[in-house]
Ligand binder design. Structure first.
Ligand SMILES: Cc1cc2nc3c(=O)[nH]c(=O)nc-3n(C[C@H](O)[C@H](O)[C@H](O)COP(=O)(O)O)c2cc1C
Length: 317
């Protein structure tokens, strides 16, 4: 039997997925801080082909970030201590958003503050902007002394912050969790209980590296955030723990995704979509390739709808 283009079309797996109140044409987004403000990657891959993109973290005021050196390579990953350098809400709205409105993919804006009030103010201002499909609240950055880590590590404090932001953000609100915790489920539950629409799991894991010749840390701030393939097993474990605990909001899985198989592992562990981070530094078009690989893998396994994979991990007998 010869196959017509139509029947080929019929066999193409459905890649559409929904996470945290947003429909995505496929489950692959690019991760905050590894994809600039989107426009930087426009010539390097088809932004329209992506499920979505997440911007660099935005704060109420511009930030210059930490002193150099702020990145270094490690075995199977990298450390960064960028310190949340960004243009601030006003310049984001004026200079970055006009392009994002036309880029043809879903746009989530990652944001943070250094005080409780800054978070609320920043969330409210960003959510009010046209062209922003949803917000991802970064409560997990290990690089700044005020804000960040304090908010994201204690479920009570985190819950209060989510509640306050929820009250002013009338768009999908995701919370990006820190892996630097002994109880990821408690953090996810605090988000769900206080009105978050989804949790993104995980941000970077705190680490350090030393230059033996100079006897100095390789990162000026001594500690940095570890990302890349080295963290994938930890990220998968945390996604699975939150899924298994039946926290009633969806999960976006992040950490060390290099190819379609890695992405599918996250879906099986319970993620509804994924983000590609450090791999975009290795190959700026990797997110596009990963989408193709997911599609190929679905075809090979006779999966007609990618959503069949979500949480389909078989554990035990
Ligand atoms: C250079 C760099 C900058 C980052 N900036 C942010 C940020 O602004 N906000 C945020 O929530 N996460 C930030 N992240 C974390 C990533 O979005 C992602 O959660 C993490 O790198 C793990 O995914 P990966 O292993 O695929 O890179 C950054 C990561 C890197 C490597």
């Amino acid at each position: 039997m010869t196959s017509s283009p139509d029947s080929l079309e019929e066999r193409a797996p459905a890649l559409l997925t929904t996470c945290g109140g947003i429909d995505f044409r496929n489950p692959v987004l690019t991760a905050s801080g590894t994809f600039g403000y989107g426009q930087e990657f426009d010539a390097l891959l088809s932004l329209r082909g992506l499920g979505g993109l997440v911007t660099k973290g935005i704060s109420p005021q511009p930030r210059f970030g930490n002193p150099p050196p702020r990145i270094c390579e490690t075995a199977a990953g990298m450390l960064n201590s960028i310190g949340l350098e960004n243009v601030g809400v006003e310049a984001f709205a004026r200079e970055k958003l006009p392009f994002l409105r036309t880029c043809g993919t879903r746009v989530l804006v990652n944001f943070f503050g250094t005080t409780f009030d800054e978070y609320v103010d920043c969330g409210a201002r960003l959510a009010a902007l046209d062209g922003v499909d949803g917000l991802e609240m970064n409560v997990s950055c290990p690089n700044i002394k005020a804000g960040g880590i304090e908010f994201g590590r204690d479920p009570l404090v985190l819950g209060g912050l989510v509640k306050a932001c929820r009250a002013v953000v009338r768009k999908p609100l995701w919370v990006k969790l820190t892996p630097n915790t002994s109880d990821i489920v408690a953090l996810a539950r605090a988000c769900a209980d206080n009105g978050a629409d989804a949790v993104s799991i995980i941000n970077t894991i705190t680490g350090m590296a030393i230059d033996v010749r100079t006897r100095r840390p390789k990162i000026a701030t001594v500690f940095g955030g570890l990302s890349g393939p080295a963290i994938k097993p930890v990220a998968l474990r945390m996604v699975y723990q939150v899924h298994r605990a039946k926290i009633p909001i969806p999960i976006c899985g992040i950490g060390g995704i290099q190819d379609g198989t890695d992405a599918i592992e996250f879906l099986l562990a319970g993620a509804s979509c994924v983000q590609v981070g450090t791999q975009s530094f290795v190959d700026p078009a990797s997110a596009e390739r990963i989408i193709r690989e997911i599609e190929e893998c679905c075809r090979a396994q006779g999966v007609t709808d990618v959503r069949e994979l979500i949480g389909a991990l078989a554990v035990g007998q």
